[in-house]
Ligand binder design. Sequence first.
Ligand code: NOJ
Length: 752
Amino acid sequence: MMPLKKIFLILLCTSVTWSCTQNRTGTDRETEKKISRLISQMTLEEKIGQLNQISSSNTGMDERLAEAVENGQVGSILNEVDPSRVNAYQKIAVEGSRLGIPLIVGRDVIHGFKTIFPIPLGLAATFNPEVVEQGARIAAREATAAGVRWTFSPMLDIARDPRWGRIAEGFGEDTYLTSVMGEAMVKGYQGTDPSDPGSMAACVKHFAGYGAAEGGRDYNSTFIPERVLRNVYLPPFQKAVEAGALTLMTSFNDNNGVPSTGNTFLLRDVLRDEWNFSGFVVSDWSSVTEMIPHGFAEDPAHAAHLAIKAGVDMDMMSFAYLNHLSDLVKEGTISETLIDEAVRNILRVKFSLGLFENPYVDESLHKEVFYAPEHLELAKQTAAESVVLLKNDGTLPLDEKRIKTLLITGPMAHAAHDQLGTWVFDGEEGATITPLKAIRDAYGNSISILYEPALANSRDNDPSGIRKAVMAARRSDAVLVFAGEESILSGEAHCLANLDLMEGQSRLIEALKAVGKPVITIIMAGRPLTIEKETTWSNALLYAFHPGTMGGPALADLIFGHEIPSGKLPVTFPRSSGQIPLYYNHTRTGRPFQGNETLLKDIPPKAGQTSLGNTSFYLDLGAAPLFPFGFGLSYSAFAYTNITLDKVSYGKNEVIGLTFDLTNTGKYTATEIAQLYICDKTGSVTRPVRELKHFERITLDPGESKTVTWTLPVSMLAFRDLNMDLTVEPGHFELWVAGNSVSGDPVLFEVH
Ligand code: NOJ
């Protein structure tokens, strides 16, 4: 018998759903009735067909795929981006299959479709959800013009380990920043009306904990305790679900021994029961049958059983559902209602996207939509905002009038393919503007520009090119070195144990430094690299992640001062990969690092066991990062003063009001990303040293001062307490308003 509490909960949920006209997926009561009618007409095989997703070869009509569609064995196709073929498959589904249920066509549109925006880690560095939302909208306009109505994005995996190649695809290490950016992307993709033919369904992924892969090695197991899962890894997903994300993808990892694709706790208890998610869940590529090598499932039938029971609605490319669900139902291992539920979730999304009314794409639309001027313009602005200035001794910006000869060198100066970054299936090299081209176009008439690539690619070690670059540097007034990593060195399955800038590039920068001309290093990479030496050798250093189609013009503007850098780091930059994991919002130890510890070189011989003090640090490196989370310089400078709270003590339901003065103390009109951090001094469980709770981009003229007013609901201080309840615990707090995660003086307040 069902426990009373559960019956009550079901009644409550039903009444919540139907008291308002729509659920989270945007479908109403009438649509639910239509879905019920449809399900009642479907054979078991047709139902299972809806749960099956197949990849197209994207090279021509695939007769076997077409036949499967006609037989009602396919609910979704991924990777088909030819609009005429999308329409052809769709016509077979709508006009040729027995019940005429449309297909949903998916694709990895991760940071743009044709017009490529910076990689998501770069997007996060903008701290600008507006441009991120607009960029996602543009990606939707371009992808839908190819017939794609579903993107496998945003990736909301918190990543605290830059060795993990997929750190490039997410928004970094912070839960709040990732939540804000995830929400922006969902809104951009789905628009105000997902049934608009220019909108596509978002798919938040990978649920959950995938970024915590042990050792930063992709697909590896994770060991995230429930409290950390709920405090750190899950909130961005919850936010995206609340923003109306229509679909969600499971992750490849097993957490604490349970693969996500078979994880009932995640997919039913949290996602459906706690968050009321009403869209559908897709597995990751063959992750259903990968539960076999995980050692969790015996065989494909067992895997299908575990996945459907856990709450995976659609099977991406493992065919376990197609091949085994029918037998599992017939032999009574699973009930058909489990299948009906999954079909209902999928049909609900198809209705939300308006696919029943409007299944076809206008095949001529792409001509006016791909690379539209306003798309390129936004890509340029976003790229400019994503670049982080990490060092500047005054060399930047370059004064066009004072430079007669400029050397452009390094393997990333003219690497159209690589500056696009990872997960670019549809953006084209030919449409990409490199820094070399942009600088030549803009300044080629007034400045003599020398170009020596020095190295063929980011892994090249050949010294002959370096010698040529050094000779050219001697004839130049300044040197721009474009270094970093090729796009293939980050992304899925592309992890690195050593994060140092590749040896050839490091030698190039050192050799250029020895020439004595100002050296400006620009790094394009999919992750934080360990660049301590190269920072020392450079007069100025810009970190551009992989900036996308318009990276060249954006960097040209920044280098010559037509744009002022404003990006901030969305992730901590370690000095060495030996320090990893290294993230700003760690909990506190009983013996914290002080900063004045005796390091290796200063330890006297035969030093006594306790003579060095006992704190949490590395003898060879200390414990501080090279650059902290939130850090980024400007050509201008900013001062934070008069940080004032409206009270000293707040109730749990109150809102903290705070003001501060921000002054531009430099010479340029510039934008600062002001950040609000808090620390809960004592808790029933230990709390992080700092946590980001709010931020704002603020633009000021030279000398201008502005009083900024922010509010912070006390409820935002909540965390999972000792009993796993989401609670704000009374006590003392510190609050900082600052330009990064380690500066500023704390203001104290209390919660009663
Ligand atoms: C595997 C990746 O993990 C996932 O992120 C992607 O969306 C799917 N493949 C589909 O390409």
